[in-house]
Design a binder for this molecule. Sequence first.
Ligand code: ADP
Length: 471
Amino acid sequence: MEIVHIAAECYPVAKAGGLGDVVGSLPRYQCDAGHVAKVVMPMYRTGFLYRNAWDVVHKGGAALGHSWFDYTVIRERTNLLGFDLYLIDINGLLDRDQVYGYDDDTERFLAFQVAVVDWLSRWEHRPDIVHVHDHHTGMIPFMMQHCFAYRHLASIPVVLTIHNAQYQGVMGWERSHYIPAWDSWKRGMMEWHGAINPLACAVKCSHRVTTVSDSYMQELRVSSNGLEALFEYERGKCMGIVNGIDTEAWDPARDPYLEHHYASADPERGKRSNKEALCGIFGLDPRKPLFVFIGRLVGEKAADLLPQVIGDSLHHIGRRMSFLVLGSGESVTEARLESLKDFGRSEYGLYLGYNEGLAHRLYAGADFLLMPSRVEPCGLNQLYAMRYGTIPVVRNTGGLRDTVVDIGEPGGYGITHLHASVGDITHAVHRALQLYADPAATASVRSRIMELDFSWQASSDKYIDLYRTLK
Ligand code: ADP
């Protein structure tokens, strides 16, 4: 089967979060299973672009409203990632340092989508499946079905995977002329609550819709930033497929970012050495249990609660533990985390920014990972943490609910809490300390989580089964 994945991110080319991890690994597993999976993404100005060799495979042009743009499609020459990787170069629009965050993101991603569909329409054969990811590629199914120039693509089945429904790419109707000439009878397919909503449009036009966990799929019908009724109505074509992790890139026995390697058979010494190295960097006492948070400092992740959780824990439970935070995001949360430094002294460390290597060292060196998310479609951090023997302390929601079982349950291996509240999180920290006070129990949980199989194999098969229903 030939599958064309289209996305805004793909690790290691460009990544802002879990979307990049998924698009960087799922296609490789599909290729390993004997399929032909390809990834098409924008050509940003990233290190990966300059470090590798590329062939030009197509040059074309298309209109974005009243402006004409030229685009070039390049392909990575050596199959470095285990699948064919195509970048779309649009001068002045996509060739930026960052993936997102520009005032003209709407124009950038619309031009990208127009270029991809235009290029696909010139292929001499048809792929079996077009697989789009999140709202940045959400207009593609509409264009393939309802733009006059591209209607010959309408028979290709399209699958949409929603990695995060909070972001929908909503835009006003004044931008509708950016979409290449389309059948105005189909206006309703683009519309949601009076505006053009690319995510809603993709849900309506795709043949199947997946989210990255079962629980998140159910939650979307109750809470999805305004799309609840749509998910209820379209429930027949929606399903959850939990993400896997790339067990080669995330392997504590071989991870090039780690100073000390270890395996599940004997993790204690390796973890201790990594913890000592990490604590050395941040001036923390390695004898105390170490809690880490890694991620975007935004409301979805409940990062705004961290300053009080850390402050309260150190104040009320006593300075018996350390905290390390790695992330960036809302400036108020960043400032509050920054101001905790004086209070925390030798029990608290902070790194504001994105640092892939440091994230790996935190997963390896920590005892517990905090993930109190208000919304968590799947969550990869808890899966990486478990692979590295770090016990997850998570809110019982979305993909966290599907992947972490509380130690109070039969066969449990993590610590869960119900609400994203300071009280619940602090209580969970307290329970983690009780577990840590029993080294044999902690070691046994650690070995168990390292043995759990969260690899892509099973999930990748589920996608293939889903594609087959569309053939
Ligand atoms: P989301 O996609 O919602 O941000 P996920 O849990 O699905 O959350 O994926 C987050 C990914 O991004 C993980 O690979 C995590 O290690 C990584 N990550 C998040 N913030 C940072 C950071 N500041 N530095 C390094 N890696 C980060």
